[in-house]
Every structure is written in C-alpha cells, then in structure tokens.
Design a binder for this molecule. Sequence first.
Ligand code: FAD
Length: 160
Amino acid sequence: MDQEAKKKSLRMITYGLYILAVKDGEELAAGTVNWLSQASFTPPLIMVGVKKDSHLHTLIEKTQKFAISVLAQDQKNIASDFFRPTQLDGGQLNGHPFEFSPDYQYPLLTECPAWFEAKVTATVPGGDHTVYVAEVTDAGVRQADAIPLMMRDTGWFYGG
Ligand code: FAD
C-alpha cells in the first residue's frame, strides 16, 4: 500500500470534535475525541475509538459508560484544553464549568450546545485504539441552532 495515499485518503474522512468524560468514584477523566460516529437508529448506537494507553480507556473499561459534550464551531479553545491531563480545580474541569449528567453523574461541559450519555454494548479491541459501540441512553440540547465544531476547520489532524 502507498502509505502517503493511505494517510491522505484517511484524512479526508470528516469528523466533529467532542469531549468524552468518564467517572469512577472520585476518579475522573475527560478528553477530546474526534473518532466518533452514529452507528444505528434503533437502538440509537454510536461508536468511538479510544486510545488504549489513556486514562479514558481505563475508566471506560471499568464503568462501561461515558458522556459526550458536543463542541460548537467557536469552541476550538475547549478542545485544546482537553488534550492535556484532566484537572478538577475551583469547581471547573480544565478551566471550564461543568455539571453532572442526569443518569450516570458524569461531567458535561455546560458551555457546550448538546450532550449525550451512552452505555457500551460491544467492544472491538482493534489496534492502538479500542472501538466502543454504545447505546445512547439520554441526551440534551442547550443551544439547538449551534453549528458543531468540525475537525477540518481546526487545521488539526488525528488520523491517517
Ligand atoms: P491521559 O493522557 O491518558 O491521562 C491524563 C493523566 O491521567 C495522565 O497524566 C496520568 O497521570 C493519568 N493517567 C493516565 N492513564 C491512567 C490510568 N490508567 N490510571 C490512572 N491514571 C492515569 N484520543 C482518543 O482516544 N480518541 C480520539 O478520537 C482522539 N482524538 C483526538 C483528536 C485530536 C485533534 C487530538 C490532538 C487528540 C485526540 N485524542 C484522541 C487524544 C486525547 O485527546 C488525549 O489523549 C487526552 O489527553 C485523553 O485524555 P485522558 O484523560 O485519557 O489523558
């Protein structure tokens, strides 16, 4: 295979950007992910690729659940704040206000226009990332007319 063509063609896949959060007791992880997609209408399934050596991965393996905050077009700064280790300080998560999701009590960023909670239904070990297929069990919208942040517009790449 032509490695350059593989990289370029895979980088043409379009993505949004999201903050994935998991909590297990006092232990908490939140990080930016882009490898996320809907995968079924009924039941409403999504799939997400999570780096195996991350804290997010350790906690999803334990809890089999996660919460997603959807980033808006003008929230690139929030995405970059969640590339680094998760810090809970002054009631904020990496400098951003949050509340706990209604069912799982996982952190949701209150600045974000939409969110959902999802429960893992299948795990695909894959390669350096595990693919979690998960059923959306609750969702909320704070700003219905928000335009989601798209990877293409950030100039960043995670893929290829
Ligand atoms: P980690 O770096 O894993 O951990 C943060 C801290 O937690 C570490 O300092 C460490 O002290 C502690 N820690 C780590 N592991 C453990 C453990 N097992 N137990 C206890 N403590 C631990 N990642 C993806 O998985 N999927 C994506 O789709 C994705 N997309 C990205 C897109 C872009 C543009 C970029 C730049 C990054 C992307 N990432 C993605 C990477 C992801 O954003 C970072 O790895 C993020 O830091 C993960 O959060 P984390 O809390 O798991 O961080």
